[in-house]
Design a protein around this ligand. Structure first.
Ligand SMILES: [Zn+2]
Length: 137
């Protein structure tokens, strides 16, 4: 039947630590934190380094390139807005800058170590980080 309304996915609820990340995605930028003491990059955003507990950090722009660490194939959507899109792949990606991050992988079957590039998918009120095989977009 025509006239069905597409459901929008539930938007994220950024907190004081993660607002910079979500705001940057809207501008097609991937920002992550880098520790001011040990130099390691991290995700998700958090007030202290998970490796050395330092509260010193800077925010850097990641190039969006990385390798697939692992993945799951979603067969049952947690959000009704994605019901028509299953099955899809959620990949855990090791960014070239060192942080490990999660996003939907589109455009290919996942492989361990596959090179991927960040893409940015716009929903009505927020932007979702996704990945595609490098060289495909
Ligand atoms: Zn540190």
């Amino acid at each position: 039947m025509s006239g069905e309304k597409k459901i929008s996915p539930t938007p994220p609820e950024p907190d004081a630590d993660s607002t910079f990340f979500w705001d940057a995605l809207k501008e097609k930028k991937l920002l992550i934190q880098r520790c001011g003491d040990c130099g390691r990059s991290r995700f998700p955003p958090m007030p202290r380094c998970p490796y050395c507990a330092s509260a010193q950090y800077s925010v850097i722009e990641a190039g969006g390139g990385g390798t697939v660490y692992t993945w799951v194939v979603v067969h049952r959507a947690f959000d009704p807005a994605f019901t028509d899109e299953v099955p899809f792949t959620l990949a855990t990606v090791d960014l070239d800058e060192g942080a490990r991050i999660v996003g939907r992988l589109e455009g290919a079957s996942p492989q361990f170590g596959m090179r991927v590039q960040a893409t940015f998918f716009n929903h009505p009120s927020w932007t979702e980080l996704r990945f595609a095989p490098q060289g495909s977009k």
